[in-house]
Design a protein around this ligand. Sequence first.
Ligand SMILES: Nc1ncnc2c1ncn2[C@@H]1O[C@H](COP(=O)(O)OP(=O)(O)OP(=O)(O)O)[C@@H](O)[C@H]1O
Length: 269
Amino acid sequence: MSGADEREVVIRVRGLRNQFGSHVVHDGLDLDVYRGEILGVVGGSGTGKSVLLRAITGLQEPAAGSIEVFGVDVLHGSEESRATLDDRWGVMFQDGALFSSLTVRENVEVPMRDIPGLPSAIRRDLADLKISLVGLPYLAGDKYPSELSGGMRKRAGLARALALDPEIVFLDEPTAGLDPIGASAFDELIRNLSRSLGLTVFLVTHDLDTLHAICDRIAVLAEKKVLVTGRMRDMLTVDHPWVHEYFTGPRARAAQDSAASDDREEGAV
Ligand SMILES: Nc1ncnc2c1ncn2[C@@H]1O[C@H](COP(=O)(O)OP(=O)(O)OP(=O)(O)O)[C@@H](O)[C@H]1O
């Protein structure tokens, strides 16, 4: 639906099938993700948004189909070529998935431990840099995850996802559980990081405000596949019961009003 087709495709999924026993989650799913975009992946509960994220990042073996990231075959490529991808993407899971026995700084250092010859003092400095990049106070590095608020834990999870300077970040419901102010601050952080670092963002969300505020494009999962992709305004014309209800229901209208008022305020500054 958009004119984005000439842009570089960094993730290409074709004919993906995921199933658990006889339960087919995806069947014939196709998706392209373009460099530098923030793609919002939405769909009803159980449509397989997280399974798709896990399949693309090699954590879930599909029953059929192909997945290429930066042209590397995630499913059948050599171990060597697949290993190169680990440095080029970062993943933030829903709860931040931090190690509770490690401080925030140590958590952020975990992905860096495999860098040969990196002195521990530099590793520490790099971790502190990531911690400040996500807007956490310097002292947060010494804290354990249990000592942080939910929003701070999410920022710490994002700092760890950014540890190896990835080109793509995968975020699984980053604003779930945050209050509206915390959620919009997190949205802004993602947008700023994406723009300043040129990051491609694959963002699984239920949050209509996030879709309005920061997503360049939206992919809707339904009927076991990506039913439609396009910009927010394209979603309003999709003739499908779930898509229609989701994008034009009362919550959608509230999100739309709030986005419009944000735009007006920005324009007034
Ligand atoms: N390891 C697993 N074993 C069996 N079934 C699974 C497994 N992982 C996911 N599923 C099933 O796959 C389907 C899709 O799950 P997934 O978590 O991807 O949905 P989702 O779209 O992210 O949902 P939600 O919006 O509720 O988080 C669900 O029916 C889930 O029960």
